[in-house]
Design a protein around this ligand. Sequence first.
Ligand code: PLP
Length: 337
Amino acid sequence: MINLISDTVTKPTPEMLSYMMSAEVGDDVFREDPSVNRLEEKVATMFGKEAAIFCPSGTMTNQIAIKVNTQPIDDVICDVDSHIYQSETGGYAYNSGVGISLIHGQNGKITASQVKDAIKPGHDWQPTSRLVVIENTCNKGGGSIYHLDEIKPIYDLCEEKGLRLHLDGARIFNALVETDETTHDWGKYFNTISVCMSKGLGAPVGSLLIGDLETIRLARRFRKVMGGGMRQAGYLAAACDYALGHHIDRLKDDNNRAKQIGEILQTKSFVQSLKPVSSNIVIFQLIDDIRDADFLTDLKFKGILAAPFGGNTVRFVTHLDVTQDMCDQVCDILEKM
Ligand SMILES: *Cc1c(COP(=O)(O)O)cnc(C)c1O
């Protein structure tokens, strides 16, 4: 079976596993796990920030980010397709007591002028606009990529209006290998950044929230209250450390393989529309005559697993455990359908 359901399905490589097994560990709730401490410092430095905190999931880092950047009855501005709105169980309302103003962007990407229009004037009867969330790459947008020159005007606007800016960078490295921009460049524009280690980077578990010292100190309290304080988490941090050292550059292969699959899909009559393929995600809508469930069953029969993505669309995600050979097989199979 070739599993294109998500880039979260990867298993640790033998090298990663052996690196994990030799990790030096301690109790991270007491800040005494050297492997966690080293990872937090490394990731903070990568983005030119003061501090970072290791968490079990990207949902948790995003939820903590919303919490540290807002007060109850504040308002968050983001794209309608964003993960924090679509895929975190409504946690913004539950954990932070905030509302949300949705922007209908382009493939998950929003512009400064759209953000400007979404900012509320600040009457007593309105929630207070407080935080803007950018997702790069944007998952439901088809893995779309922002360039820094699109971020700068949003940053300037946030500075001018006193809004905070969070980056959901679950797949930021899939973007950066395409744009050749640096983590350091990106770090300058955001109050907080979350990055996932368990997506394309191939670690089994882990996400980090990055920011200034005071923000991350507060984040530690919220991680604890959410039950996210882990003990000998250094085994997991070691996997993340390994992934950062060995699995970033190869994301380019994943992106190229997704593009290869996209090029085949573009020619197929069963495809109604295909989102532009920019990174490792391929999202396409089937023609009305073909139901997603039937299409996925047929694919499964042919040895490919994929995910239904709503509205008769299907998502393929390439990752560490999809080799070039497997990608060629997928293309062959799709070609013959
Ligand atoms: C996967 C993902 C997350 C975090 O998900 P977890 O499964 O909780 O780690 C956050 N944002 C985006 C865009 C994602 O794709």
